[in-house]
Design a protein around this ligand. Structure first.
Ligand code: ZN
Length: 62
């Protein structure tokens, strides 16, 4: 089982080697916090994080 990584750009938790949102491979295994955003348009957290796609995100990514 691979350790989960988070995208350094959008904080998305990514299974694999490329962020499906950014298309970027700058991922980090050092992330903290875990948030599931189901309804970005009505989520304060999503607003703060500039998230507009539902999914799983890390609160902080190093
Ligand atoms: Zn990303």
């Amino acid at each position: 089982m691979m350790p989960e990584k988070a995208c350094k750009k959008c904080n998305r938790i990514v299974e694999g080697n490329v962020c499906p949102i950014c298309g970027d491979s700058s991922l980090s295994e050092e992330w903290r916090g875990y948030v599931i955003i189901l309804d970005p348009e009505n989520s304060q957290i999503a607003g703060k994080m500039n998230v507009d796609t539902p999914g799983r995100y890390a609160l902080r990514v190093r």
